[in-house]
Write a new protein. Structure first.
Length: 259
């Protein structure tokens, strides 16, 4: 007798990120944006209120990122990326962590200040700030909710003024991109929660089932479900897919590129 065995996906981390096109900014400007983000995050879940240096030793990894603008500016200058022989500024690359271990661990990744066009890798959203959270467990269940993550997403949107933002399980995009990946979809893509800034938000027609919220900056937040997102829940995936497909007018036009 053949037994039915449901397909169980391995646990997947969650990514909360914002992205924007080429925007040349110096270290002082990025430091100001980081400080505003940090101020915003101080009103969110405790797991994102303080960030620490990445280090090879416990002592090095216990050094908090500075909060004073002058110290933050120096820290961004130290994180400047090489121009790699181009005339485009590569911006700054900064990583940190929240000082927690296990399911309460989170990583912060900042790539900002660049004026790269991104056409060399078919995604013009060349600047981004993201927080990676561990897969859902009992210990972090209160964090992986709309109530906890939406304020964090809005904190990043307010500070970095991106074109788009997203909260999703990392494997969700793989379901849509295909093999080889449909890279034109990467610039604007759906998720559990999806932010689209003005004026782009006026170019899409949200799906009927999406939960819609206007943002203070004139953008639009589309939410697939108010429940904790589960990749094995077909209703959740279907709702996120509908949001993703509604963003098709914003995808990169590959026919306009000289490939």
């Amino acid at each position: 007798m053949t037994l039915f065995r449901p397909h169980v996906l391995p646990p997947t981390p969650f990514l909360l990120d914002v992205a924007w096109q080429a925007r040349l900014e110096d270290a002082a400007t990025c430091a100001h944006r980081f400080a505003r983000m940090q101020e915003n995050l101080s009103r969110c879940d405790a797991l994102v209120q303080r960030w620490y240096e990445i280090g090879a030793t416990a002592e090095a990894a216990g050094i908090p990122l500075p909060l004073a603008p002058s110290s933050l500016t120096r820290r961004f200058e130290a994180a400047r990326m090489s121009s790699q022989g181009t005339d485009q500024d590569q911006g700054f690359d900064l990583a940190a962590w929240n000082g927690e271990q296990g399911p309460r661990h989170a990583s912060l990744i900042i790539q900002a200040g660049s004026d790269r066009t991104g056409e060399d890798w078919l995604n013009d959203m060349t600047n981004n700030v993201g927080i990676v959270f561990e897969p859902a467990e009992v210990a972090n269940a209160n964090l992986l909710t709309v109530e906890a993550l939406k304020p964090i997403l809005m904190a990043l949107i307010d500070a970095w003024e991106p074109a788009t933002g997203n909260v999703r399980p990392l494997r969700l995009l793989d379901r849509w991109a295909g093999d080889p990946p449909a890279v034109e979809q990467f610039r604007f893509h759906g998720g559990w929660m999806t932010y689209v800034a003005a004026p782009w938000c006026h170019e899409i027609e949200p799906p009927p089932g999406a939960i819609l919220e206007a943002t203070p900056d004139g953008g639009l937040l589309l939410i697939a479900t108010e429940e904790p997102f589960n990749l094995q829940n077909p209703d959740h995936v279907e709702a996120a897919t509908a949001i993703h497909e509604s963003l098709a007018p914003l995808w990169l036009d590959l026919t306009a590129l000289d490939l």
